[in-house]
Design a protein around this ligand. Sequence first.
Ligand code: AMP
Length: 541
Amino acid sequence: MKSTMMDFQLTLAPMLERAATLYPGVEIVSRMPERNLHRRTYADLANRAQKLARALIAAGLQRSERVATLMWNHSVHLEAYFGVPLAGGVIHTLNLRLPPQQLAFIARHAEDRFLIVDEVLLPLLQKFISEAPFERVFVHRTCQGSSDRYEDYEALLGAAPDDSPLPQLSEYDAAAMCYTSGTTGDPKGVVYSHRALVLHSLALALADSFAMSHNDSVMPVVPMFHVNAWGFPYVATMVGAKQVLPGPHVDAESLLDLCEREQVTLSTGVPTVWMAVCAALDKDPRRWRLAPGLRLVVGGSAPAESVIRRFDTHNIRLIHAWGMTESTPIASTCHLCASLGEMSEDEKYAIRATQGTPVPFVQARVINQDGAVPWDGKTIGEVQLRGPWVASSYYNMPELSDKWTEDGWLRTGDVVTVNKHGYLHVVDRTKDLIKSGGEWISSVDLENAIVGYAGVREAAVIAVPHPKWDERPVAVIVANEPRPKPEELNEFLAKRFAKWQLPDAYIFVEELPHTSTGKLLKSALRDRYRDYLNGHFTIAD
Ligand code: AMP
């Protein structure tokens, strides 16, 4: 039987139209690099995004061609999020934290035709433009004046032909692309279709995801150059929520000031950002009058359970989510649900620190050498994904097709356990697990426990080669003075870990290395401490 439903394409265009029609006056507040606040509305956004689309078409942009952005989080970036796809093009957000030679590689690999760049980022552009393919560069000027070398973004918009028709889009058209921030090998491009972005947005708005509505004031702290700021600018537009885009100033005090001023109700960020915010709140709990019911989405790496607890004391709820560039990115969210039954407070926190359950339409299976793992909360395996917003290949890299199984599942590289209710708990990246005397040790579990010790600000646990045990865990720690003593840390950890799982050494450093998206760069630490245990006394001995 043939369905009688319309053939209505799931594209970004109706999202924007709806926001402009129903919520024309709702604000998009941007904190510009110079710290001034700049206000636009959804009516402005729709108008300017359509102008951008028309201007790009007039400039010769063809279907599926890439327009790169090199920008912070602000409303002009948001207008490119919509304007480029409305023109039939693909917005390619360049990660401004990457080294210039990698940016040049990525822009060439993606064959970016045009670039829109923040004026304050021109010094960065200078470092790689000679190696990049951009035919035209449009500068979003905010401080009036410096460079005449490139074209002006506002002049591009000003020259847009009035009311020329925009292309009919198919939901399978490419709309956006982003390169993974992997620590090994070349960065890999993932291309998002309109359909993937629309369905991902619907799933994120659900009550069991982030319960987003037009009453929210949404502040993505996650950069708009990293997996579309986890998709939140699209969801916020879809539901007509106010958006607060913080620009480059994401230190704890600046964020809290903005949260208070714009009465933010939902924000997103990585654990390091929220740990700093939590420390500022702990220090001066009465300083900011935040919106009641503020919720903070945390992901990118696992938050320590202690941080979730500390935020609760400030009446702020941390919601844990997990995903990756290849999954647009949200694949699971964590909430306590009635079917978990009666639990103690400690059990509830332990659950809230897990990565939770897959969102609707994302299918997850956990596989090890014996097949699907039992849901016992103990057996580890790799989690594999498929779903309407899970990538099925990398852009122009057929040699990497083994990232997918023969039957089409994405191998995430994340090692997890599954509890009896189906909650995933990421134990490690495949490459970060520590194998000591044939037994696996989770670096993430140790890190999260160490961060719960008073005065410890950040911890990385790495595998270090060992003559007897193959590998042993070593903890590299950033801590306040006076630093904790190794015996104290051992005693603290011994409550939760077996003796053989405890780190052999604690190394205190001023700072830990991070990737361009804020994850611990453990490969650099492994290189640095490769010989650390040779000839050293070890506790395991
Ligand atoms: P990226 O593609 O740069 O967003 O990185 C994705 C990877 O980050 C995942 O495969 C995980 O290893 C890690 N990751 C993301 N979210 C979480 C989380 N909530 N807990 C633990 N690891 C995470």
